[in-house]
Design a protein around this ligand. Structure first.
Ligand SMILES: Nc1nc2c(ncn2[C@@H]2O[C@H](COP(=O)(O)OP(=O)(O)OP(=O)(O)O)[C@@H](O)[C@H]2O)c(=O)[nH]1
Ligand SMILES: [Mg+2]
Length: 203
């Protein structure tokens, strides 16, 4: 048995998933992840490289990559695409002015060949803020109904109150598990050893 086969079998046993958190800067990616892992969300600063977070959801281990969304960092997103099982696209629902910018970035992302099989969850974050756009408005602004290439869903949430976070992540885990572990159609995602990391960029 080859080394790769052994690694794959071990990963299948471990039931791992690789999830990529992306979205414009200030959307709330890092805050959502901190909230889900029970960390302190009062002093989070913009991500200038990436964070890796491991979350257990039931019998599954989620290896989550949270990459900074500032414009200068977006060219580095592609370094993280390989073997991604799900993309979680986080939107600041209170930032109507940059909704078009986000829609363009998301469209570009979905045309990436290496993300072809990935499940897409859109988190309409910051729903606790008065004046935030509704899920329907964000669905329209991002043109989600036109997506045929990926299985997608949009979930309203707030990283501050925690509302919606479990619902969204449970859907992701269910979708990915159905594809990777129940259908047996393909092996689980490879380990992320081959990813080349972006340099830390100072603001
Ligand atoms: N009111 C409110 N504020 C939030 C929410 N989520 C995040 N924030 C705030 O939004 C700001 C940005 O949050 P981050 O988690 O750093 O955003 P990010 O998407 O990781 O940003 P980058 O790392 O720059 O890509 C912080 O001041 C958070 O406290 C939310 O649900 N509601
Ligand atoms: Mg961040």
């Amino acid at each position: 048995m080859g080394l790769l086969t052994i690694i794959r079998k071990n990963k299948a046993k471990a039931r791992e998933m690789r999830v990529l958190f992306l979205g414009l800067d200030n959307a709330g990616k890092t805050t959502i992840l901190k909230r889900m892992s029970g960390g302190d969300i009062s002093s989070i600063s913009p991500t200038l490289g990436f964070n890796i977070q491991t979350l257990m959801r039931g019998e599954y281990t989620l290896n989550i990559w949270d990459v900074g969304g500032q414009r200068t960092l977006r060219p580095y997103w592609r370094n993280y695409f390989e073997s991604t099982d799900a993309v979680v696209w986080v939107v600041d629902s209170s930032d109507a002015l940059r909704m078009g910018d986000g829609a363009e970035e998301l469209r570009a992302l979905l045309s990436e060949e290496r993300l072809a099989g990935a499940t897409l969850l859109v988190f309409a974050n910051k729903q606790d803020l008065a004046g935030s756009l509704s899920v329907d408005q964000i669905r329209d602004a991002l043109g989600l109904e036109q997506i045929e290439s990926h299985k997608w869903r949009i979930v309203p949430c707030s990283a501050i109150s925690g509302e919606g976070l479990d619902e969204g992540m449970d859907w992701v885990v269910g979708e990915v598990a159905g594809r990777l572990y129940w259908s047996g159609r393909r092996a689980p995602a490879e380990a992320p050893e081959s990813v080349s990391h972006p340099p830390v960029v100072s603001a």
